[in-house]
Design a protein around this ligand. Structure first.
Ligand code: ATP
Ligand code: MG
Ligand code: MG
Ligand code: MG
Length: 480
């Protein structure tokens, strides 16, 4: 089944069950000063959960363009290295705002997966919240009993607070989650080790596809829980992972969401993407191709939604993503000229029907990416010359770590590139010294920032509670 049809079927299934289908919110949040990018389907609906606004319908479904590159959800460093985390991905979701609850949500999820999409039942595992007495949260017996009617009890996993309990922050709506995982390994591999033990264990073929959150409680200031007067359902299913399962492949990059991009990268670079790399050299090329195919989507959709690369805030995050792709192309695909911009046409042809913005903005997106590529490639070029000078001044075969760090810190010249170039010349650099300088720099910037921990931050002043945001910016916390 083509990805286009997989998306349509999801939306049709929930439309048939009384859901209003709404468009994706832009990838860049417009009116939330505390959230840089939409990182989940529910972000655009948060005011409904807080009771500050009324939804057009009590049942809504959509596919949301998500970006997980900052704040609480930051998957950037995994992208390219694994085959199921992306920077930009689509999250299919259905919501109940004070309408249906666990019974309908779980039964529909099961019906859609096993009857419409025909996912074999014996590759599915589900998880249910085990409870946490010290946090006053009970075991989710209700979800367990609903699942028990549908799936062999041996396939129900009890999950901990980290994976199976969702809360906005220290206070406010919260509740248990029930996740659906699939085991798409070969029979031989399954015989060696059970899929159950691999759930939530970073196995590339035993992956979480769908999270069902049941907003059941309100957490009060004294940490006690009360039942919410109106209970909500918030679900999110990774579209690319679903396509992997339904298309019978072992990696998101082997689905038709990615293959047209990968084929174009192959033809532009002359490098070959291999489904299973035979050696380190091939694996490096694979990683680089995955990075480029992934990142061009994030950058193109962000620009189409109005976020140009720049030197600060969200624009800087976008610039860094693009530079990461350029760097992988430069280092591992041997491409010294702009080429990523040429993928925009492929993306527009493939995604334009459902997301018309990528088609209507195609030439702007292409031009912006081409300019960014050209300018960063110049920086890389200058960095190479500087590195040559450093090498010329070096005695012995080890370059100073502080010098390598200066190249990185002041000129944006990446550490792995320095390492690679030095290696080619039979040289090395002092890694300990480099790491020490990096640590010093991180300590400096950490002092000026805080790490986002929660989805939601509620400021309590006296007796008044005011919602201050859904997430915190990467390097600046804005609580006003
Ligand atoms: P994981 O444990 O795999 O990192 P998650 O628990 O962080 O996923 P949720 O926040 O529950 O993910 O999001 C709902 C769904 O979105 C997940 O079940 C998964 O299918 C999908 N998803 C999450 N992060 C990514 C990502 N970086 N790329 C692609 N799909 C993702
Ligand atoms: Mg995650
Ligand atoms: Mg998870
Ligand atoms: Mg999850």
């Amino acid at each position: 089944m083509k990805s286009q049809d997989i998306r349509k079927q999801f939306l049709q299934f929930f439309a048939d069950r009384g859901h209003l289908i709404v468009p994706s919110a832009p990838i860049v949040t417009k009116d939330d000063p505390t959230l840089m990018f939409n990182n989940s389907g529910m972000a655009q609906f948060k005011e409904y959960f807080l009771g500050n606004a009324t939804p057009k319908s009590k049942r809504i479904a959509d596919t949301q363009k998500c970006l997980r590159v900052s704040g609480k959800h930051n998957d950037l460093e995994d992208v390219g290295f694994d085959t199921y985390h992306h920077t930009m991905f689509e999250m299919l979701g259905n919501w109940s705002f004070g309408d249906y609850f666990k019974k309908e949500a779980i039964n529909w999820a099961w019906e859609l997966l096993t009857e419409v999409y025909k996912v074999p039942k014996d590759i599915i595992y589900v998880s249910v919240f085990e409870g946490s007495p010290e946090e006053n949260v009970p075991f989710d017996q209700e979800a367990y009993d609903i699942w028990k009617e549908l799936i062999d009890e041996d396939r129900i996993i009890l999950g901990n607070k980290k994976d199976n309990f969702w809360e906005m922050g220290d206070q406010g709506p919260c509740g248990p989650c029930s996740e659906i995982h699939v085991d798409i390994r070969s029979a031989d591999e399954k015989a060696l080790i059970s899929g159950k033990s691999l759930v939530n264990n970073d196995h590339p073929q035993v992956v979480e596809i769908w999270n069902n959150v049941f907003m059941e409680f309100n957490r009060k200031a004294d940490r006690s829980l009360e039942k919410l007067p109106a209970q909500h359902v918030d679900t999110g299913m990774g579209f690319e992972r679903l396509c992997m399962v339904l298309q019978g492949v072992q990696s998101n990059y082997d689905t038709d969401v990615f293959t047209p991009l990968i084929e174009k990268i192959e033809s532009l670079t002359g490098k070959k993407y291999t489904i299973k790399a035979a050696n380190d050299e091939e694996e490096k090329i694979n990683i680089a191709i995955r990075v480029v195919a992934d990142h061009v989507r994030a950058v193109a959709f962000a620009i189409a939604d109005g976020q140009l690369p720049s030197n600060g805030g969200a624009g800087y995050v976008i610039r860094r993503i693009l530079r990461r792709a350029i760097r992988y192309g430069f280092t591992f695909l041997d491409i010294k000229e702009p080429f990523i911009n040429e993928l925009v046409g492929v993306l527009a042809a493939q995604m334009g029907e459902f997301f018309p913005e990528i088609k209507s903005q195609q030439s702007l997106v292409t031009n912006v990416i081409r300019e960014e590529e050209a300018s960063f490639l110049r920086t890389l070029d200058q960095g190479l010359q500087l590195l040559d000078n450093v090498i010329a001044q070096t005695q012995g075969n080890e370059v100073s770590g502080a010098k390598a760090f200066e190249l990185y810190d002041t000129f944006g010249f990446p550490e792995d590139l320095t390492a690679l170039i030095l290696k080619e010349k039979g040289l090395d650099y002092n890694k300990e010294e480099f790491d020490f300088e990096l640590l010093k720099q991180k300590t400096r910037s950490r002092a000026a920032s805080e790490v986002a921990k929660d989805d939601w931050v509620i400021l309590v002043e006296g007796n008044t509670e005011s919602f201050v945001g859904y997430d915190q910016l990467e390097n600046e916390v804005k609580i006003t």
